[in-house]
Write a protein that binds this ligand. Structure first.
Ligand SMILES: [Fe+2]
Length: 303
């Protein structure tokens, strides 16, 4: 059973317990989330000027579009204001700043009508973040930058919460991926040859749930939920921001969602920064989750 809690006042401890049971949470925009959205809009506006960011795809050759995104996205990710605004958002929503660690927010785009679905605008097939070396206690936060509709939202495939899917996660190691692939994302313009953990059996995409919230509203879900990018047919590019958190107590106790089908190695634990002072998680704790890559004879061919 999955419920959607709207503007729930439950404590963060109870909320995380709910997340690890597959529940979803939806929050109205907060003052800091609106500031983050405004920062993203401002940067997108500047990057695409004089074009309007949601419509720019229709007036730009795809190579130019990719070039703009390849510069805009890292500038947003590493913007110093992001590191101030995320802790504020989390504080507004009841997270303990001393025990909550976040990673830098990503700015994502989903272009309309299949204009660009790879590389810097990768359209995510159904996946769990836990196939990508995220710990089972990762909390995912997602917000739209402009108004969204069902045809440019994200989708949850709830029936797979407790149903395993044969998938390619065993060949994924986060450190390897970082080293060898991510820096080349801008080169993958029309097709994406990078090896991603995918379902290796047919997935029933319906029924699915698409949560629609206003810009700056937040969807909170477990990184173990199967989710995907909806093929955008809205006629506008969708811009969204997402970031992830982990709670120190969960990391110490290794308590999170049940692992039903993730076999990746390595860990994203080194990415999270403490809300109060941007410190990393203790090294021994990161090490506990950093499993070595599996020996894999075909690895060289996988890229
Ligand atoms: Fe994801």
């Amino acid at each position: 059973m999955n419920a959607v809690y709207v503007d729930s006042k439950m404590t963060d401890d109870d909320r995380r317990r709910g997340l690890y049971n597959g529940q979803l949470f939806l929050f109205s925009p907060t003052s800091a989330s609106l500031e983050l959205v405004e920062l993203a809009r401002e940067m997108a506006r500047e990057a695409f000027a004089p074009l309007e960011p949601q419509a720019a795809q229709f007036d730009l050759p795809v190579e130019k579009y990719v070039e703009i995104l390849a510069s805009l996205k890292p500038r947003f990710i590493h913007h110093p204001r992001c590191k101030m605004l995320i802790p504020r958002i989390l504080g507004e929503l009841g997270c303990d700043p001393v025990k909550t660690y976040f990673d830098v927010p990503r700015l994502r785009t989903a272009t309309s009508d299949g204009y660009l679905t790879s590389g810097v605008a990768y359209a995510f097939h159904p996946h769990r973040d836990t196939w990508y070396s995220a710990p089972m206690f990762q909390n995912n936060w997602w917000m739209p930058v402009y108004d969204i509709e069902p045809d440019n939202a994200m989708a949850f495939h709830l029936r797979y919460w407790d149903r395993a899917i044969r998938n390619g996660s065993a060949e994924y190691n986060y450190a390897e991926w970082n080293r060898e692939s991510r820096k080349n994302a801008a080169q993958h313009i029309t097709t994406d040859t990078r090896k991603q953990p995918r379902p290796e059996e047919p997935v029933e995409l319906d029924p699915q749930v698409r949560l629609i919230c206003p810009p700056g509203g937040l969807i909170l879900f477990s990184g173990a939920h199967l989710h995907s990018t909806v093929p955008n047919t809205s006629g506008r590019t969708r811009y969204s921001i997402d970031f992830r958190t982990v709670h120190l107590d969960d990391a110490r106790a290794n308590q999170g969602a049940p692992n039903i089908d993730s076999a990746c190695t390595g860990t994203t634990m080194g990415d999270y920064l403490r809300c109060t002072d941007l410190a990393h998680l203790p090294a021994d704790l990161i090490g506990r989750y950093d499993t070595p890559p599996l020996a894999h004879a075909g690895r060289e061919d996988a890229r």
